[in-house]
Design a protein around this ligand. Sequence first.
Ligand SMILES: Cc1cc2nc3c(=O)[nH]c(=O)nc-3n(C[C@H](O)[C@H](O)[C@H](O)COP(=O)(O)OP(=O)(O)OC[C@H]3O[C@@H](n4cnc5c(N)ncnc54)[C@H](O)[C@@H]3O)c2cc1C
Length: 306
Amino acid sequence: MADNKLYDLVILGGGPAGATAALYGTRAGLSVLILEKMMVGGEIISTDRLDNFPAFPEGISGAEFGMLLQQQLDNLQVPVQTTEIEKVDFSGETKTIFTTSGEYRGKTVLIATGTEPNLLGAEGEEELVGRGVSYCATCDAAFFKDKEVAVVGGGNAALEETIFLDRFTSKIYLIHRRDKFRGVKGLQDKVLSLPGVEVLYNTTVKAIEGDNKVKGLQLNQDGQGRFLEVGGVFIYAGRTANAPFLAGVDLETTKNGFIITDEKMKTAIPGVYAAGDIRDKYLRQVITATSDGAIAATAAAQALFA
Ligand SMILES: Cc1cc2nc3c(=O)[nH]c(=O)nc-3n(C[C@H](O)[C@H](O)[C@H](O)COP(=O)(O)OP(=O)(O)OC[C@H]3O[C@@H](n4cnc5c(N)ncnc54)[C@H](O)[C@@H]3O)c2cc1C
């Protein structure tokens, strides 16, 4: 349900960036509202384990991290509205956000809606989404118990998800278009030590075949065509900024829609900030998302109280 209140800071997205901005904004004395279409925690809640976060020596499950974040927001009584952002109007001094549950207004706005997975672009991919084509092993691994599957990609996400899938599947073909991985060394070493994983370097997927469900992949391996029989394929082909609601808004972005900000997370529009994975940045991780959120809320508070 929409409300008539004019918030100091309206935060679009309740992932690590948005939730951290809410903590910092509230503690700085701002009235803050989070608009989130699913659950607080963002994309990390659907992953098995959050690694590389200080003070969690064994990592922590994504779901537990999300719950702790929600608890921290509850402790500060930060309102979270479950709703989907559809459109924004940033033209005036007051910013208006149009959502499936009505309009919300802010003196400042933080865009923190993260990213979405890129399609591989292979023939048959879109038709077979949910029928063996997946972009999230943690969500779908259980459907592939004791089956042979493929993972496509060479970055951290592909490597992490391969390690997770290996607990379920009988065999994983890890398909990578180059001759070495981009992911961190520790993950590479772990993946290469798994007996259930066979790496196919210099290989691309031309087509995903199957009628009602995936039956196999047409590959190009070292310049040679090959059919690989698998029951599923998990795709990690990079990510794109997730903000269709910004269509027509005059923000400075890269060609993939990543928002360009300055060091204080300010965008090209006064009063509009961006934080987390949706920014044009070097490293997309929880720690950099939380750091962006902290900076953005601090900068917004400083601007409002100046
Ligand atoms: C498989 C995988 C494994 C990963 N493992 C790690 C790891 O181990 N360690 C690590 O540090 N990082 C990891 N990451 C990266 C990490 O998840 C991201 O860097 C981090 O979640 C970014 O936070 P964010 O707040 O910018 O965006 P997100 O987490 O994407 O949050 C954005 C939020 O905005 C909401 N939203 C989007 N659109 C709308 C809309 N229109 N209306 C309302 N709400 C909307 C979404 O529901 C979401 O909650 C992993 C990522 C993946 C995909």
